[in-house]
Design a protein around this ligand. Sequence first.
Ligand SMILES: CC(C)(COP(=O)(O)OP(=O)(O)OC[C@H]1O[C@@H](n2cnc3c(N)ncnc32)[C@H](O)[C@@H]1OP(=O)(O)O)[C@@H](O)C(=O)NCCC(=O)NCCS
Length: 182
Amino acid sequence: MAVLKKIRSRWWSPAADEYPVEPERAVPAAAGLRYDIRPLTISHLDDCWRLDQRCFVDGEAYSRETFEYLLTAPEAVSYRVTTPSGTMVGFVIGLIEPDHTGHITTVGVSPDHRRRHLAKRLMAEVEKGFRLRNVRMVRLEVRSLNIAAQKLYQSLGYAITQRLPKYYSNGGDGLLMIKSLD
Ligand SMILES: CC(C)(COP(=O)(O)OP(=O)(O)OC[C@H]1O[C@@H](n2cnc3c(N)ncnc32)[C@H](O)[C@@H]1OP(=O)(O)O)[C@@H](O)C(=O)NCCC(=O)NCCS
């Protein structure tokens, strides 16, 4: 369970050469693209892992093994967003916990496709998936310094309920956010 807790909490940092040191400079993709939301499965492991490394550049990226675990877990509810050419540009992975709450473990959108409500659509889809499985409460943890993600979650009705001191491996604090699906 301890390992599972680590996986679910973005607790450990990968080796320094597993993710880019310099954040990439995002060049916005063409406007008017039509995006699709589709299930995310183990067949998308490598694409998801690479995209995660582009989304989480400050040492928070998951290892390939973590994604392998998450994408094969029977309690996972996961989606990806694709461009018309089939390129994955966003993903979300939720887990149904033993107490039957939904837990958003990770959500990310490619830097060049941000602010197009893709994360919003992914979150709506995972919440729909949770509802279908009779989940009534969703929780997630977010870095206290990650204002973009907090604004996203707040815009979707998540509320901060607790500060989690030194929650992250580099000592950063986390915030617990929850939302009722009723
Ligand atoms: C956080 C993240 C997933 C948002 O993805 P996105 O597709 O750009 O978000 P959306 O377009 O759906 O944003 C929906 C709303 O969230 C808020 N929001 C999103 N990004 C924001 C930002 N950079 N600054 C302020 N508000 C932001 C806004 O209210 C936005 O609505 P608006 O554009 O109409 O104002 C994306 O920035 C990302 O991948 N970041 C790195 C990974 C990460 O931090 N994941 C969350 C870990 S807890």
